[in-house]
Design a protein around this ligand. Sequence first.
Ligand SMILES: *[C@@H]1O[C@H](CO)[C@@H](O)[C@H](O)[C@H]1NC(C)=O
Ligand SMILES: *[C@@H]1O[C@H](CO)[C@@H](O)[C@H](O)[C@H]1NC(C)=O
Ligand SMILES: *[C@@H]1O[C@H](CO)[C@@H](O)[C@H](O)[C@H]1NC(C)=O
Ligand SMILES: *[C@@H]1O[C@H](CO)[C@@H](O)[C@H](O)[C@H]1NC(C)=O
Ligand SMILES: *[C@@H]1O[C@H](CO)[C@@H](O)[C@H](O)[C@H]1NC(C)=O
Ligand SMILES: *[C@@H]1O[C@H](CO)[C@@H](O)[C@H](O)[C@H]1NC(C)=O
Ligand SMILES: *[C@@H]1O[C@H](CO)[C@@H](O)[C@H](O)[C@H]1NC(C)=O
Ligand SMILES: *[C@@H]1O[C@H](CO)[C@@H](O)[C@H](O)[C@H]1NC(C)=O
Ligand SMILES: *[C@@H]1O[C@H](CO)[C@@H](O)[C@H](O)[C@H]1NC(C)=O
Length: 821
Amino acid sequence: MSAASALALLLISVWVITETRPALSAVFYDHVSKGFQASSINWVDANGFFLHSINSSFALGFCNPGSVQAYFLCVVHVSTQQIMWTANRNSPISISDQMIFQDNGDISLYNSTGSVVWSSGTAMTGAELLQLQESGNLAVLDSTNQSLWQSFDHPTDTLLLGQKLKSGVKLINSISATNLSEGRYSLQLEAGSLLLSAEFSSPQAYWSMNTDVRTISMGSDYPSYASLAAGVFGLYGNSSFLVSEIVLASAASNTLRRAVLKPNGNLVTSFYAGTIWNEDFNALQDVCSLPGACGQYGVCSNAGQCSCPQSLSPLNSSNVAQGCGPPAQLPCTNSSTDISFRDMGSGLDYFFNRFSAPLNASSLKACQNLCLQNCSCSALFYHQDSNDCYLSGELGSLEYKGTATSFTFLKVLTSTETPSSAPLVTANSGGASYIVYIIVGCSVAFILVVVSIFACWFYRRKKASSSAAFTEDDGFLESLPGLPTRFSYKQLQTATNNFSTKLGTGGFGSVYEGILADKSRVAVKKLESVAQGKKEFRAEVATIGSIHHVHLVQLKGFCAEGIHRLLVYEFMARSSLDRSLFTETADCPPLLDWSTRINIALGTARGLAYLHEDCRERIIHCDIKPENILLDDNFLAKVSDFGLAKLMNREQSNVFTTLRGTRGYLAPEWLMNYPISEKSDVYSFGMVLLELISGRKNFDPTEVSEKWYFPAYALQQAEEGKCEMLIDPKLKNVTDEEVTKVVQIALLCIQEEVHLRPSMGKVVQMLEGIIEVPYPPLSSQFAVGLHARMLDAISQREQSIASTDYNSQDLLSASQLSGPR
Ligand SMILES: *[C@@H]1O[C@H](CO)[C@@H](O)[C@H](O)[C@H]1NC(C)=O
Ligand SMILES: *[C@@H]1O[C@H](CO)[C@@H](O)[C@H](O)[C@H]1NC(C)=O
Ligand SMILES: *[C@@H]1O[C@H](CO)[C@@H](O)[C@H](O)[C@H]1NC(C)=O
Ligand SMILES: *[C@@H]1O[C@H](CO)[C@@H](O)[C@H](O)[C@H]1NC(C)=O
Ligand SMILES: *[C@@H]1O[C@H](CO)[C@@H](O)[C@H](O)[C@H]1NC(C)=O
Ligand SMILES: *[C@@H]1O[C@H](CO)[C@@H](O)[C@H](O)[C@H]1NC(C)=O
Ligand SMILES: *[C@@H]1O[C@H](CO)[C@@H](O)[C@H](O)[C@H]1NC(C)=O
Ligand SMILES: *[C@@H]1O[C@H](CO)[C@@H](O)[C@H](O)[C@H]1NC(C)=O
Ligand SMILES: *[C@@H]1O[C@H](CO)[C@@H](O)[C@H](O)[C@H]1NC(C)=O
């Protein structure tokens, strides 16, 4: 290159730089430096956004969501244009107003009259850069890139993934999607919990994380911040340990998440799924529990229907949801007027009553007197049967609960009261003499002294009990019905006496007997080779633990610690079905009679039908066999280990699934690489049903060779119309019809062709006798398939004999298979 052309190039680039600079519409990436200035009008081409994060997930600029002349400096999520943070939410500016990164390091936003409406407060701190990070955090950095200020510490209504809501910091809702001004609801850490409160004349809580049944308590540390992580909304202690958590539906680790305090006061978490935000948690599931569901004094019922209480009328007749009136008076400001109570009817409740301690009042009148003595009392709630008296300051929406013995009164001035209105209490009867005034004065003083002593005592007592309540709450959450408890490995080690009493070994690990601290007996299953992370495991356990059915073994708790994965189940006194069915010793365990066996079959079928058809997420058991059917004291059958197949399979790639199950009960599609469905469980159930009929194992080489493989023998007898030959010889008084019916059901279930097998729901109905049992198709394919199963069983046996120490037939029919297929 010649010197001349090099010079020409240089000149061109200088020209390009000087030409583009004044246009000022180029978008900056990652950061801008000291001296930077911006106003919305300079970036109209970019919709007002002048700074993008390095990969453009977020942008900083001026937004005007109400499409009026009200602009805000805000951080938006670029692909959905949703606002994540606002600098000046209460003081909008105009299109030409500026943000200036001053030479002293402060970043300020000015309005048209030249007032600073927002400032980063970083003057004289050495600020050099304003960086918009890929996480959505806006940070002011010094020359060593230390953060001097960050938007994550000053949230508005949104908490992003990884952002910490520390104690003392509040999330406050916006008035609406188009008016970003602060509303009256807040989310903050308080008294060891995460609280949603209505910021009325005094704050009124309406949700507490610690009392939400979906919260899982993890430790006793005092929470110091709340944060969103993959699959978890959690409270963390000082050393960043989880104290309690809410498991979110989606556990994917690399998705963007946020928690938003919505304009209506609900706290909603969502994750960004490529195009839209998907909600996965709502703090309040019933809109009637929201403080403003129906406006002030409006009554919310039936999940969102608004009406007005007795003796009040709508403020806006065309929209009852805007509230009712006339409003209460706070008559302390006007001592010369008479005070009375307006009856709002019975059956109403108020959200804050669930979070405040009631006063004890022996009667409605006593409760009204308490309200009269309290200047901030505007309404009272009195529960006749418990004598609970709740005083309320400013009142939001009411909920209709229908309890006939609870009454609500609004404090009003008598002058505004219509004569026809219901019970009134008058505080001051007027026309009293001088003496009366003295007596009244003295008693008022006396009452005041008593009240303040009582208030002091009550306050201290409440303080003491609230600190105690926190620890109690922890215990409460540990034992909440319906949610699996989290145990530490040490607790389970102690409970099982260091895993000393082994109850059995199943497909997924060994089971040990244990006794919990509350003296309840449990079975503790130690899972082997679970490659899942703790969070996924917990999310899965939460799903399994939320499934309740009388014929499914209850999951009581779990442990996920280090490499340990344990599940804690209710203890089943009579252990598994195989023990009762196949053990030879006379009377111990007692022989299962025919009706008990049918009940066991029916119970198992009902449990499976529930898993297949009624659960939110269909669950295929994959390992139905007598070992996994447990019996309680009354021989009630409960299916165990459901959902585990799912737990274990997640680790596998899409190509190979681990073959988990037990040969002899496995449906042919397992062995032939066809898709597995709930009908695979139906096959296994059919195999168990045959064993219930015969009282022997399906493969038993101690029998005459014709009967080695019972399913094939059963088919043969059924073809010859001699089903009664199949009944367990130990049983008496069983009619031929009954046996024939059950054999037919079993043969239907073990059909080779998946579509010929009935659903579990149908099986239940057949066993119950509600529907006719169709004659099983005894096709040649069925016979050929059964023959193949038999040859398979025989070759398995020969292999085991060939291999060294074979000493039990059990080894054969219950041999575990595992490994890629
Ligand atoms: C930005 O995107 C690139 C390429 O997709 C990725 O390697 C990088 O980690 C991303 N940066 C951040 C901060 O996420
Ligand atoms: C500018 O802000 C000041 C202080 O917040 C306020 O008093 C004034 O009304 C604002 N001016 C405009 C035009 O919004
Ligand atoms: C500070 O961050 C900026 C922007 O990410 C980068 O260009 C610069 O090299 C960093 N400086 C130091 C000292 O790390
Ligand atoms: C937003 O709502 C507040 C409170 O209702 C109101 O004072 C303010 O004028 C509204 N702002 C806009 C831009 O509508
Ligand atoms: C947690 O940390 C904060 C701030 O460092 C401190 O004030 C508080 O006492 C600590 N709490 C506990 C229980 O350690
Ligand atoms: C009353 O409600 C209707 C319907 O929501 C609304 O259009 C109207 O503006 C409201 N009137 C007042 C005075 O708020
Ligand atoms: C106090 O009472 C007088 C008359 O009794 C009335 O005019 C005035 O509005 C009342 N003030 C308040 C704040 O209720
Ligand atoms: C409430 O008051 C009644 C009568 O004054 C008394 O008998 C009762 O024990 C009190 N209950 C509580 C919980 O203090
Ligand atoms: C008066 O009532 C308010 C509102 O319910 C309550 O917050 C306050 O504690 C009460 N004061 C006394 C002394 O009972």
